[in-house]
Design a protein around this ligand. Structure first.
Ligand code: PLP
Length: 467
């Protein structure tokens, strides 16, 4: 497979170059020259396949001339000791993407990327130094994904005092090949330091430097896997009705009677309808739109997906574009779903490399949700469905409500991507619904001691801390 820049279709590179360059030399993003369809055999068994087999079949055509099949099998089995369950909550389905080590969907991309970097660099003697700036979630997933990977070290820059204590422990509590720099400044300062270093010729004489940011194609492609898996399960009617891993009040959601409702504690709730054989609509809480772009890839490959809902917080650049046809990037506004506070989503460039405005309008419904609506939804989902939901996923839930009220979602089944475990955002969730059960991965992270070096937002100080 060849990859070309969104800004220049003339010059294509292989997977390896696309991965190590990160961004194309002209500032564009790499996209595959084609989106390869699943074979009929794979398409018809998505609902029965193991998650790692779907990962293998999904990623293989993108890398097959560079990574041997047996290696790819090893990579996906080390990257994914967990999977993505599709569970019912109230009247809809939830695709839980928070069962990885840092409890957010970014584990899926970061863990594959770490394994792929390591294998593609086999035999190289000069160690690779990865620099990554984070506003919170990405840094943890990258640090965890690259932890203990030989020949690669990672330096994470984060704005001191502006990430949650849990995020800081996930980034700065690992040690070994992961080092953390707490920068006295903003996320933008962190990003500027990393970018300056990546373009610094003197520094590059000393280190082989690379970034691991969210636009890397090695993070995007593996995210298509859980869409294919979820759509396959929904199409086959294979829903896990008794998912013990999920944080919920009731152990399971009871099966509905003929009225389409079920009862708990003397109240009746509308139950999820399991329409076997119908393609699903998936709602994606979105910020930088990498996740949704991966979903579009899965759909184009042939996963049974009817359409997508792009749910944003008040940073609604893409919903506005879908409505008006005009793309107007803007400064971001701070919200309680802060991993989605993006006013100029970088993956929009990828979406529009593959799809026209007309095509996007046909496939994607846009909707935006305020912080007040998000808080109400967290409280209501807990009260009515017994399900703990984080602020980002709550944007998705409310987005579906709003579109349903306008009769825009059709009759098919609807699933919402739960992008993070609610415990990660306890500061917001706990005052609304009380303590959230702690998943074991996060309980372990809370035990770690932060070992970060504090530096001023100054390039000389940063370089000094690297040596
Ligand atoms: C990163 C993130 C998002 C946004 O995903 P994009 O791919 O940037 O659209 C949503 N929710 C959570 C919890 C995240 O960490």
């Amino acid at each position: 497979m060849r990859y070309y820049s969104t800004r220049n279709r003339g010059e294509a590179v292989n997977f390896r170059s696309a991965v190590f360059n990160g961004l194309a030399p002209d500032g564009g993003l790499y996209v595959p020259e084609e989106i390869p369809p699943y074979s009929q055999a794979v398409k018809s068994s998505l609902g029965k396949m193991d998650f790692r087999d779907i990962a293998f079949e999904t990623i293989k055509p993108y890398v097959h001339d560079e990574i041997p099949d047996s290696t790819l099998r090893d990579i996906v089995s080390s990257a994914y000791p967990f999977s993505a369950p599709l569970v019912p909550a109230g009247d809809r389905l939830i695709l839980e993407l928070f069962h990885g080590p840092t409890a957010a969907f970014k584990d899926f991309g970061a863990r594959f990327m770490a394994q792929a970097f390591s294998w593609l660099r086999r035999g190289e003697t000069k160690p690779l130094r990865i620099l990554t700036a984070t506003s919170g979630d990405t840094g943890g997933a990258v640090a965890d994904g690259f932890f203990d990977i030989p020949g690669i070290s990672v330096t994470v820059l984060y704005p001191k005092g502006r990430i949650t204590p849990l995020q800081e422990k996930q980034i700065a509590g690992l040690g070994k090949n992961i080092s953390a720099l707490a920068v006295e400044g903003s996320f933008d300062d962190c990003q500027k330091l990393a970018k300056t270093a990546l373009a610094d010729k003197d520094l590059k004489k000393k280190f082989t430097l690379s970034s691991a940011n969210s636009i890397n194609i090695a993070r995007l492609i593996p995210q298509a896997v859980y869409y294919a898996s979820a759509a396959g399960m929904a199409f086959a009617g294979k829903i896990n009705l008794d998912n013990k891993a999920t944080p919920r009040v009731f152990g399971f959601i009871a099966t509905a009677d003929e009225s389409g409702t079920y009862g708990v504690d003397g109240k009746r709730y509308r139950s999820v309808s399991l329409n076997k054989g119908t393609p699903i609509t998936l709602c994606v809480p979105s910020g930088n739109f990498g996740n949704l772009t991966a979903g579009l890839y899965a759909m184009k490959m042939g996963a049974p997906i009817l359409q997508f809902i792009a749910a944003t917080n008040v940073n609604k650049t893409v919903p506005d574009y879908l409505a008006s046809g005009e793309y107007l990037p803007r400064d971001s506004k701070a919200t309680i779903s802060n991993a989605m506070d993006v006013g100029a989503p970088s993956n929009f460039e990828r979406m529009s490399a593959h799809f026209s405005h007309e095509e996007m309008r046909r496939i994607i419904l846009g909707v935006s949700v305020s912080d007040d609506e998000t808080r109400d939804t967290i409280e209501r989902v807990y009260r009515e469905a017994g399900y703990y939901i984080d602020p980002h996923s709550a944007v998705g839930w409310k987005g579906v409500d709003k579109l349903r009220a306008e009769n825009k979602t059709g009759d098919g089944q609807v699933g919402i991507l739960a992008t993070a475990h609610p415990y990660k955002f306890s500061e917001i969730v706990k005052p609304l619904i009380g303590s959230v059960p702690v998943p074991s991965s996060l309980a372990a992270a809370m035990e770690r001691t932060v070992k970060a070096k504090t530096i001023p937002a100054d390039y000389k100080a940063f370089v000094g801390a690297l040596v």
